[in-house]
Design a protein around this ligand. Sequence first.
Ligand SMILES: C[S@@+](CC[C@H](N)C(=O)[O-])C[C@H]1O[C@@H](n2cnc3c(N)ncnc32)[C@H](O)[C@@H]1O
Length: 194
Amino acid sequence: MKSIVTLRLLLLGALAIALVPAHSQDKPTREPDVIYVPTPNEVVDKMFELADIRPGEIVYDLGCGDGRIPVMAAKKFGVRTWGFDINPVRVRESLENVKKNRVENLVTIKQQDIFELDLAKADVITLYLLPRLNVKLIPQLDKLKPGCRIVSHDFNMEGVRPKREISFRPSDGSREHRVYLWVTPLEKERPGTP
Ligand SMILES: C[S@@+](CC[C@H](N)C(=O)[O-])C[C@H]1O[C@@H](n2cnc3c(N)ncnc32)[C@H](O)[C@@H]1O
């Protein structure tokens, strides 16, 4: 009798999962901290130039959108790359992008909140977030090994002096983009501040 009840419960559970509309599985565990806007490919190349990616290094893109940065770095430099996004729709697009470009052996995509990540393995970190989110990442970036490069599209990190800062206009004549580079250990403008 007990096993019939258990079986019924299992079946009901399975039915409930099957009836959940596909799109509801696309709901992020919480709202993303910034909306999705892709970095133009030419700007991605500039970010790579500033980051000076070397063979054998590991690249993390925090908030990877459609996965273009991990995919492009893997294709261009043959390095291992990781993309993290909180939005399952973006994760799915990234995985499709990885598959389309046949870089499954080099690229890992994870649905994860970037503020809960351990960044210890990264040599290069790419960002296209918001100024306040860059600042929120400082405690995690402070734990990176020395010599890691962090590049950010358009947005500064208040309180941390960049090593380089460039302005760049893509060949299609669209707006000017900024790229910032920091190298660890981060150089605080007011030493001792978080
Ligand atoms: C402006 S887009 C940048 C996409 C990609 N890095 C690029 O440059 O093309 C920011 C991405 O961050 C993701 N995101 C926002 N908050 C996040 C969080 N807390 N954890 C992980 N991803 C997040 C968004 O879903 C979005 O895809």
